[in-house]
Ligand binder design. Structure first.
Ligand SMILES: *Cc1c(COP(=O)(O)O)cnc(C)c1O
Length: 350
């Protein structure tokens, strides 16, 4: 059985006629625009925000296509990766009937979004060293399975997932394979975007929230076949990326060559943190990280977490997460922030 996008799609979606915005009907930039009930005089805040933005963000996509080495038509931009996750479920999963496969421990939004959309989740835990179990995953899939979410480098464990295992899933899974590469800029692995031409069932997600430093703007990327991207465009809110965000993201894209420096600085600080943390007797293990955070196993995670909160240092307690018992996740900070954390931990009395 081969991958069939039309069969995967919820039947009613193919009958939807998209909202035709005023800016869809006339795409020229010059003209007298009396079509969208905008305020012609200007904005009540400094800057020009009185016109609706480009619903398809073509300026960004043209530039981004060059940076990522894909076609502009293979790009979807959402209000954070979270919007793409939600839209995928709404496009492909029938509530109360279909399911998605999740691989715990992993990013929490997949399950939250599935819950909101009343989509069942099948869970196939990762191995003890946070790798896939491809045979078990393929065995878990059934006729109602529509999407699998693979996160690499994985959050919260920080490791990269073995490529051969991902290929085994791509080659043998007839539903959509989503690879969440939120931390790809920190990894030495190439992106799976290079495989878009070979796998019609592949969708790669990345984000501007991490290495790009634009979390507040809320913008995430999805890369897939033009057919899949068209479906996401069909069901998205027309103006899902604000004009201000589009301006700022375009500005960031011109600084794309500087990302390497950001990543290097992060590695220096990650090394510094790891070296400092490894000295504490209550630290059992530091998991190897290919991201901008580290996962550590400690004695009495909850106590350390609470102690740090009392010092107004906030890290993430993952000790209730499966396969992360007694684990804490720490984002790499600036040198001053990392020093403050190490200083506080130095004074910690178990
Ligand atoms: C941070 C993160 C994202 C990014 O989400 P945005 O909505 O784009 O900010 C996506 N996936 C994972 C695994 C993450 O850790």
């Amino acid at each position: 059985m081969a991958f069939n996008l039309d069969k995967l799609l919820r039947p009613h979606i193919s009958k939807i006629k998209p909202y035709s915005s005023a800016r869809d009907e006339y795409s020229g930039k010059a003209g007298i625009f009396l079509d969208a009930n905008e305020n012609p005089f200007g904005s009540m805040a400094e800057g020009s925000f009185n016109r609706y933005p480009d619903p398809y963000q073509w300026d960004i996509k043209q530039k981004l296509a060059k940076v990522k080495n894909v076609q502009a038509e293979q790009i979807f931009l959402g209000n954070g990766s979270d919007e793409a996750i939600d839209l995928l479920m709404r496009a492909f999963c029938i509530p109360g009937q279909d399911n998605i496969i999740l691989l715990p421990p992993t990013y929490g939004m997949y399950e939250v979004s599935a819950g909101i959309n009343d989509i069942n989740t099948l869970k196939v835990n990762l191995t003890g060293d946070y790798q896939l179990r491809p045979d078990a995953i393929l065995a878990a899939a059934n006729e109602h399975t529509k999407i699998i979410f693979i996160c690499s480098p994985n959050n919260p464990s920080g490791n990269k997932v073995k490529r051969a295992d991902i290929y085994q899933i791509l080659d043998n899974f007839n539903a959509l394979v989503v690879i969440d590469e939120a931390y790809i800029d920190f990894s030495d692995e190439p992106s799976f975007t290079t495989e878009l031409g070979n796998y019609p069932n592949l969708l790669v997600m990345q984000t501007f929230s991490k290495a790009w430093g634009l979390a507040s703007l809320r913008i995430g990327m999805a890369f897939a076949s033009e057919e899949i991207i068209n479906i996401l465009n069909l069901i998205k809110p027309p103006y899902n990326i604000s004009g201000l965000t589009q301006e700022k993201v375009l500005e960031a894209l011109y600084n794309a060559p500087l990302i390497g420096k950001v990543v290097k600085d992060t590695f220096v600080e990650r090394d510094f943190l790891e070296a400092g943390i490894s000295k504490f007797p209550f630290v059992q293990k530091i998991y190897p990280s290919h991201a901008n955070f580290i996962l550590i196993k400690v004695d009495a995670a909850r106590n350390i977490y609470q102690y740090l909160i009392n010092q107004t240092i906030i890290i993430r307690d993952r000790s209730k997460v499966i396969l992360c018992e007694e684990c804490l996740r720490i984002s790499v900070g600036t040198r001053a922030e990392n020093e403050a954390l190490l200083k506080a931990l130095n004074l910690y009395n178990p």
